[in-house]
Design a binder for this molecule. Structure first.
Ligand code: 13P
Ligand code: SF4
Length: 363
């Protein structure tokens, strides 16, 4: 290729990058949302997976969305990644991959499709974009945030670095790209202890979740410094409320997420990431009673995988996760919105922190 043609091709590539997802992939017409015979037939097997949660009479409302999302997903060449806290109709009927934050980050680094629709919150979509800068990442509602991600900024992390020179900074993935860019490595709830222990330093900053940091501190000899961020869902659980369940029935097993306060984790029989909690709960013997101390869609999602296990759900909803709905996912695929973009210089540095975590041998 001549120099002139190379330049033309280069400019074309920049122009293509500059185009919005709607310009790149085109906008479609919103499909009709009738509950036709075809829709009923094509979605019947999916209804079986959510029949514990959606009454039969309501299925004709959801089914046309499920049908069209699955159809457009194929036509567009898109993949749907859904967090374990998504509602059952998203989790079981339209998601291609489901998981906790670490599993979704891993999945995002391996997808072949050009378009990723992230059914979760904004930091998860940003993580997918960091790992796939050349791909189009859509989130069905840009307002799906997170109280932990909102608790800290990149400028805060720079100040911490000045205040604690030489102390490694581990940031929970529930943070913005700006915050990740300022940190040495990321962690999730499933690998936080191992990430902290991967450093030689006796002291490690683990931010911004104060409770996760305190729970990790109880499992390592390292001195853990932290920040005052909290998950607005998990901070509401109390040890008293859980002990009251145990008092009423001592056979109940308590399974808690490490974003819960330390006193809650102390009364739990098992603590782990959402994937860890699913693994533990679904391997209980029939007759077991488990109390899931986390966002309440998760129990609805896994109930059918553990027949005979009784799930007790002290219900705390994440309002951010619940912004993602079937109608908004369909709009994403029709109009190619809302596109998640990250400043390239920030993205490069944030990506390194995420990749260090994804590639950590001990994961
Ligand atoms: P994990 O799924 O990684 O355990 O995280 C829970 C959470 O609160 C994500 O928002
Ligand atoms: Fe953030 Fe908590 Fe909601 Fe997860 S559950 S997105 S940590 S507010």
């Amino acid at each position: 290729m001549s120099m002139e043609n190379q330049t033309v091709a280069g400019n074309e590539a920049i122009r293509r990058e500059d185009r919005s997802a709607a310009e790149k992939f085109g906008v479609l017409e919103m499909p009709p949302l009738d509950y036709t015979e075809e829709v009923a037939r094509e979605t019947a097997h999916l209804y079986e997976k959510v029949s514990n949660h959606i009454p039969q009479i309501e299925w004709p409302v959801h089914a046309p969305y499920v049908y069209w999302i699955n159809r457009l997903k194929k036509e567009r060449g898109a993949v749907i990644l859904a967090h374990n806290y998504q509602t059952p109709e998203i989790y079981h009927c339209v998601a291609d991959f489901r998981g906790d934050s670490l599993q979704l980050a891993r999945e995002a680094s391996m997808v072949d499709e050009d378009i990723i629709v992230q059914c979760g919150v904004h930091f998860m979509a940003e993580t997918s974009k960091l790992l796939n800068p050349q791909k189009t990442v859509l989130i069905p509602d840009m307002r799906a945030g997170c109280s932990l991600a909102d608790s800290i900024t990149g400028a805060d992390v720079r100040l911490l670095r000045e205040r604690y020179p030489g102390v490694p900074i581990v940031t929970y993935v529930n943070t913005s790209a700006d915050v990740k860019a300022e940190s040495d490595i990321c962690c999730t709830s499933s690998n936080a202890v191992r990430v902290v222990e991967s450093f030689e330093s006796d002291t490690v900053l683990l931010i911004p979740d104060e409770y996760l940091a305190q729970n990790v501190a109880n499992q390592t000899k390292k001195k853990i410094l932290t920040w005052k961020g909290h998950c607005e869902v998990h901070e509401r659980f109390t040890a008293e409320e859980l002990l009251a369940y145990k008092e009423a029935d001592p056979n109940i097993e308590i399974i808690a997420h490490p974003e819960c306060p330390v006193e809650v984790v102390k009364v739990a029989d098992y603590t782990g990431s959402t994937a860890g909690m699913i693994e533990y709960a679904t391997h209980r013997k029939p007759g077991a009673k488990v109390l899931l101390v986390t966002e309440c869609s998760m129990a609805s999602n896994i109930e059918k995988e553990a027949p005979g296990v009784e799930f007790i759900k002290p219900c705390n909803l994440c309002p951010h996760m619940k912004r993602i709905t079937l109608p908004k996912i369909l709009e994403s695929l029709v109009y190619m919105k809302e596109e998640v973009l990250v400043d390239p210089a920030t993205a490069e540095r944030a990506k390194q922190a995420v990749e260090r975590m994804v590639n950590l041998k001990t994961n």
